[in-house]
Design a protein around this ligand. Structure first.
Ligand code: UDP
Length: 235
């Protein structure tokens, strides 16, 4: 369990505003239109994009714009307690919030009647999987050549008792001392437009502003890594 927050020391020795080591690469699934892998510490997400293509089933077609359809899935072996395969309440929620996080940067009006499918697989999980999935999906969409206004970058900021830290591990998410943990996954474009924010716990308005500042700085770092991976693939 993580230690108490006076002179708070993170279990893995990171600074409060330090991200876990990140690895990112695109083009990892040759048959997909676009694909990417994004790893933050021990959390690994793979995203595959198929489309834009004609929407099936047909009754789900929107004649005015394309539809983004995300499917988030944690592999059974991604954590030490085997995960039951198939759709769960949690996976349905994360699929939905991933769509909401990405839609604002997509020009879906260019694809009436069509669908863009994104499949996100978490092959290893140590918290922050929704953020890793959004980062991988954003890169995979760009790799597929889907018209986008910007990339989306995602990170979780946490309040452990009273201390704010970035990019929580599962051990930190389970912090139980003082006021306990608050987990705030946030997704933004690199110029700071928030496309998704969740809040699991309690936080005051002043500290929430600080959370957004910390998130923004982390997102600038993530953006550089995503951009580098995309440039490497296209060079
Ligand atoms: N987790 C787990 N079993 C589950 C769901 C989650 O062990 O059925 C772990 C996993 O490490 C995950 C973490 O709990 O990353 C936190 O899950 P949460 O629902 O908060 O979402 P995340 O932080 O992964 O976006």
């Amino acid at each position: 369990m993580a230690k108490k927050t006076e002179n708070f020391e993170r279990p893995d020795g990171r600074k409060l505003n330090e991200l876990r080591p990140i690895k990112a690469r695109v083009g990892v699934i040759p048959n997909a239109d676009g694909s990417a892998i994004y790893q933050s510490g021990d959390t690994i997400a793979i995203a595959a994009v198929y489309g834009p293509k004609k929407m099936h089933p047909q009754h789900q077609q929107d004649p005015a714009k394309g539809v983004l359809r995300c499917s988030y899935n944690m592999m059974t072996f991604s954590v030490s307690d085997r995960i039951k395969p198939g759709t769960s309440r949690r996976s349905t929620e994360i699929s939905k919030i991933t769509e909401w996080a990405l839609e604002p940067v997509l020009m879906l009006d260019k694809f009436p009647g069509q669908v863009i499918d994104i499949f996100i697989h978490i092959i290893q999980a140590d918290a922050g999987t929704r953020c890793a999935g959004i980062n991988a999906a954003s890169m995979a969409l760009a790799h597929a050549g889907v018209p986008m206004k910007n990339l989306v970058c995602s990170v979780s900021v946490g309040k452990l008792d009273k201390t704010l830290v970035v990019d929580l591990t599962k051990e930190e998410e389970d912090f139980e001392e003082g006021e306990g943990p608050t987990d705030i996954p946030v997704s933004m474009t690199p110029d700071g437009k928030i496309t998704h924010l969740q809040l699991d716990g309690k936080i005051g308005p002043e500290q929430l502003k600080e959370v957004l500042d910390i998130g923004k700085k982390a997102i600038e770092e993530i953006y550089e890594i995503q951009k580098k991976a995309l440039k490497e693939a296209f060079n």
